[in-house]
Ligand binder design. Structure first.
Ligand code: HEM
Length: 485
C-alpha cells in the first residue's frame, strides 16, 4: 500500500508541473501565433522569457529609451504589448497614455510593484491600494508638505556643509555618485529619524547598500541570491528602525520629545480619520520604504546635475551667479531658509532639464482591475500596465531639439501637461516631490559656491541597472574658488 501511495504521489508530483508547463506553453504559443486583433499590437517574445532579454540590454545601453521608442514606431505610438519578467505588459505612451493611467487610479487601474518590493516591505504603501493607500498617503503628506519642509532647510544646510567638509574639501578628485549616495543616506537618517551618530549611520548604510540591490530583483529566497541577501539586510534594518521607534515612543510618552521632531515622531503620533494610530510594522516598513524610494533617485539627480554643469560651463556660470547672490545676501554663518530656496529659480530649471534628460525613475507599473478599452484596443483585467517618462521627454513633438540642454523650456507654465512627468502623476504621484526640490538645491548651493570641476571621464555614460548610475561613478577633478564662501 505504501509503495502504491508513493508511486501515486510521485506521479502527481511529476505530472502537475508538467501539465501546468504544457498548458502555459500552448497558451503562450497560441497568443504568439494567432494574436487577438482586439489586443494592442506588439510581441510577447519567447515563452516564459518574453522580451526580457531584449529589454535588459537596452537599459544598459547609451539609449535606454530605445526599447519603448522602437516599439512605438513599429507597433503603435499610443500603446503596445510586450512580456517582461513573466508578465504580459501594455506600455502606455505619450501624454495621452500618461494622463489615462494617472487619472484612472482606483477606477480602471491600481498601482502595482514587482513581487520583490512587496515581499521586502510588506506593510508599506507599496502594498496597498484604494482607501488604504489614501489613508497612508494622508499621514505621510503632512510630514513632507511645505510647512514641515520649511523647518528642514537649515538642517539640510548643516548636513550639506558637514558632508562637504568631510568628503570634498582638501581633495583634488571626488567620485560623485558614491559620495552623493553617502550624503543622501545620511540626510535621510538625520531628517527622517534624527539618527545623528556617524557610527550608527554607517552600520545602517552597510545594510542598506545590500538591501537596495535586491529591491527590484527576481524574488528567489535561496542563500547566495541577491534577493536573499537583501531580505536579510532588510530584517536587520527593520530591527534597527524598530528599536529607534520604541525609544522614541517612550520619549514621546514621557513628553521628553516634540512630536514635530522628525518624520518618525510624526508617524508615531498621527492618527487616521478613524482615530487609529499606525501599527509598529506599518511604521517600520514605511520608514524603510521612504528611505529606499528617496535614496537612489535623489542621488542620481544630484550626480547628473554635477555632470551636466561640468559639460556646460555657460550653465554653470549662471547657476553660480544665482547661488552667489543668495550667499552674499546672508550674514556669515547664517543658514539657508525656505525663502532662499524660492530664489533658486534658474537652478531649479537646470535640475528640471536634468530630470528630463535622465529621469531617475524610468517608469512604473499599474495593473488593470477591470477589462477596459484604450486607443481602440481591449486591455484585459490583470494585465500589467507600464508608463515611462521616456515616451515624451525625448520626443521632438513635445520637446523640439530634444537633446538641447535648455532651461528656458521650464520658464512660465513650462512644458505641456503630461509631457514632463519625472515624478509620475495622479493619486499615486511621488510623495517626495516637494521634498526633492530643497534637498537638491541646498546640496547644489553648497557645492557650486565652493568649487568648479571638470569630468575625469568626459562623456561618461549613465546606463540603467535597474536605476540609472554613471558607469564609473562620475569621478571629477575639483578646484576650490579663490574666495570660497
Ligand atoms: C529626484 C528624486 C525623485 C524622483 C525622480 C521620484 C520619482 C518617483 C516616481 C516616478 C514615482 C512613481 C509615481 C507613479 O507611479 O505615478 C515615485 C513614487 C514615490 N516616491 Fe518618489 N521620486 C523622487 C524622490 C522621492 C523622495 C525624496 C521621496 C520621499 C521623501 C519619495 C517618495 C515616494 C513615494 C512614497 C512613492 C510611492 C507613492 C505611492 O505609491 O503612492 N520620492 N517617485
Amino acid at each position: 500500500m505504501f509503495s502504491s501511495l508513493d508511486h501515486d504521489s510521485i506521479m502527481i508530483l511529476v505530472a502537475t508541473p508538467c501539465l501546468l508547463l504544457l498548458y502555459f506553453v500552448i497558451k503562450t504559443l497560441k497568443e504568439r501565433l494567432f494574436p487577438d486583433p482586439q489586443l494592442p499590437p506588439g510581441s510577447l517574445g519567447w515563452p516564459l522569457l518574453g522580451e526580457t532579454l531584449q529589454f535588459l540590454p537596452t537599459r544598459r545601453s547609451p539609449s535606454p529609451e530605445r526599447f519603448v521608442s522602437d516599439r512605438m514606431k513599429k507597433y503603435n505610438p499610443q500603446v503596445f504589448k510586450t512580456s517582461l519578467f513573466g508578465e504580459t505588459v501594455a506600455v502606455f505612451c505619450g501624454p495621452a497614455g500618461n494622463k489615462f493611467l494617472f487619472s484612472n487610479e482606483n477606477k480602471l487601474v491600481n498601482v502595482w510593484w514587482p513581487t520583490s518590493v512587496k515581499k521586502l516591505m510588506k506593510s508599506s504603501l507599496a502594498n496597498v491600494v484604494g482607501d488604504e493607500a489614501q489613508r497612508l498617503r494622508k499621514i505621510f503628506m503632512t510630514s513632507v508638505d511645505r510647512d514641515a519642509l520649511k523647518s528642514y532647510i537649515d538642517r539640510m544646510d548643516l548636513v550639506a556643509q558637514n558632508h562637504i567638509r568631510t568628503h570634498w574639501e582638501g581633495k583634488e578628485q571626488v567620485k560623485v555618485h558614491p559620495t552623493a549616495m553617502l550624503y543622501t543616506f545620511e540626510l535621510s537618517c538625520r531628517l527622517f529619524a534624527s539618527i545623528d551618530d556617524p557610527i550608527h549611520i554607517s552600520k545602517l548604510a552597510h545594510h542598506f547598500d545590500i538591501f537596495r540591490k535586491g529591491v527590484i530583483h527576481f524574488p528567489i529566497y535561496i542563500p547566495g541570491t541577491t534577493f536573499y541577501r537583501a531580505s536579510k539586510s532588510g530584517d536587520a534594518l527593520k530591527e534597527e528602525i524598530r528599536l529607534v521607534a520604541r525609544q522614541r515612543r517612550a520619549a514621546l510618552d514621557k513628553k521628553m520629545e516634540s512630536h514635530r521632531k522628525d518624520l518618525l515622531s510624526h508617524l508615531l503620533v498621527t492618527v487616521d480619520e478613524s482615530g487609529k494610530l499606525l501599527s509598529e510594522s506599518e511604521i517600520v516598513d514605511n520608514m524603510l520604504m521612504l528611505l529606499t524610494v528617496s535614496h537612489e533617485s535623489t542621488t542620481l539627480a544630484m550626480t547628473c546635475v554635477i555632470k551636466y554643469l561640468a559639460e556646460m560651463p555657460e550653465v554653470y556660470e549662471m547657476v553660480l551667479r544665482e547661488q552667489l547672490d543668495i550667499a552674499k545676501s546672508k550674514e556669515a554663518g547664517e543658514l539657508l531658509k525656505w525663502e532662499d530656496i524660492q530664489k533658486m529659480k534658474y537652478s531649479w530649471r537646470v535640475v528640471s532639464v536634468v530630470l528630463r534628460m535622465i529621469p531617475p525613475i524610468s517608469g512604473s507599473f499599474r495593473q488593470a482591475i477591470v477589462d477596459f478599452t484604450y486607443a481602440g484596443y481591449t486591455i484585459p483585467k490583470g494585465w500589467k500596465l507600464y508608463w515611462s517618462p521616456n515616451t515624451t521627454t525625448k520626443d521632438p513633438a513635445h520637446f523640439p531639439n530634444a537633446e538641447d540642454f535648455d532651461p528656458s523650456r521650464y520658464e512660465g507654465a513650462g512644458p505641456a501637461p503630461y509631457t514632463h512627468v519625472p515624478f509620475g502623476g495622479g493619486p499615486r504621484m511621488c510623495l517626495g516631490y516637494e521634498y526633492v526640490r530643497p534637498n537638491i538645491l541646498v546640496f547644489l548651493h553648497n557645492i557650486v559656491k565652493r568649487f568648479k570641476w571638470d569630468l575625469l571621464i568626459p562623456g561618461e555614460k549613465v546606463p540603467y541597472n535597474p536605476m540609472p548610475a554613471p558607469s564609473h561613478g562620475l569621478p571629477i577633478r575639483i578646484q576650490p574658488h579663490q574666495s570660497s564662501a
